[in-house]
Design a protein around this ligand. Structure first.
Ligand SMILES: [Zn+2]
Length: 346
């Protein structure tokens, strides 16, 4: 007997990973902030309720650029953050609407829908039992809404604590969905003091289907940690870096400094932005390391994702408009004749 459509879809992520690379795309917070729909500072995704068309459009741009997972924009859409901005009553509508928007656009292509939970700022490693119960309740309500709205998987991301990441893993697995659980490596170890390879192994042992890193580090400083994570686990590995030029001296984007010494994070990072070509190189390097789920985080935009998709050998809807510099009026192949005509060169 055929599986129900629901079951077929839910098996989708792991089936796709068995066959090859799965391309993700995130960065909704930064991109919608740049577009004027979201406030930097609190970074709460009120835009889901206030300007759903803006969210729909960005989903669509990522889909056209080759993203295979539409991530519901519930990042920081949890009780703690909604309380901070005085919109706790909107918590459930925001979560449900975000899932519906992601589903609507995913259906325009062949994409999966991911529910999204993240670091809560409520977890306290020195009071793990009490704070862990608060975190668990926050995750359970968000994952519950995501399941009711038909999520195919849950991405739990930007985790700073192994303890919090384990709670996320347990909640997602108890709900029966594939769990992608990734750490934001703001320092060389988790805040509760565990190396990322060891922490990733602990997540795998707890049932996570995909483990790895997202946010915080650019390609250059994420790849070495990914290599260690890859060696430590036997499950699939995910990598969603920020597209910024982080360095051994400043390995995370939070630490990047402008020439005058001022902090570039979070709204003056533009000079550090990776080109689409650099992100394409990252996609290939990650694939060659054995990373199966490759994406992008804060700062990412559709042009990055399209180049990553094309580097991985794909033609995507937006490839129709991929660059052809040979047709450029000045830089194209006829440049010499143009120069002659423009500048009266002989
Ligand atoms: Zn991010």
């Amino acid at each position: 007997m055929a599986q129900s459509p629901d079951t077929e879809v839910r098996a989708g992520l792991l089936e796709r990973l068995e066959k090859g690379t799965v391309l993700g795309a995130e960065g909704y917070l930064f991109e919608l902030e740049r577009r004027g729909y979201l406030k930097s500072g609190p970074y709460v995704p009120e835009v889901v309720l206030d300007f759903p068309d803006a969210v729909r459009e960005l989903h669509r741009e990522f889909l056209r650029a080759g993203a295979e997972v539409m991530v519901a924009f519930t990042y920081y859409g949890h009780r703690e953050k909604m309380r901070l901005i005085g919109r706790e009553d909107d918590l459930e509508p925001l979560n449900r609407d975000a899932l519906r928007l992601a589903r609507e656009v995913a259906s325009e292509g062949d994409a999966l829908v991911a529910g999204n939970i993240c670091n809560t700022w409520a977890y306290d490693k020195d009071d793990a039992e009490r704070s862990g119960a608060v975190v668990r309740a926050m995750y359970e309500e968000q994952v519950g809404w995501a399941i009711e709205e038909g999520a195919d998987l849950i991405i739990a991301e930007t985790m700073d604590y192994l303890g919090e990441a384990l709670i996320a893993t347990e909640v997602v697995k108890a709900a029966g969905l594939p769990a992608v659980v990734t750490f934001a490596s703001t320092s060389d170890i988790t805040i509760d003091g565990v190396e990322f390879d060891e922490a990733s192994k602990r997540l795998e042992d707890a049932g996570a289907d995909v483990v790895g890193l997202n946010c915080s580090r650019g390609p250059g400083t994420m790849l070495p940690i990914l290599e260690r994570v890859r060696a430590a686990v036997s499950c699939h590995v995910a990598a969603q870096p920020v597209p910024y030029h982080t360095t051994p001296k400043e390995p995370t984007f939070v630490g990047l400094r402008a020439e005058d010494g001022s902090r570039a994070f979070p709204i003056a990072l533009d000079p550090f932005t990776c080109t689409r070509f650099e992100m394409a190189d990252f996609a290939l390097a990650a694939r060659d390391l054995g990373v199966g789920f490759i994406g992008i985080c804060c700062g990412g935009a559709p042009h990055h994702v399209r180049s990553m998709a094309e580097a991985l050998g794909r033609e995507v809807p937006a490839s129709r408009y991929s660059p052809d510099i040979s047709l450029h009026p000045v830089l194209g192949e006829n440049i010499q004749e143009k120069e002659k005509r423009l500048y009266n060169w002989e």
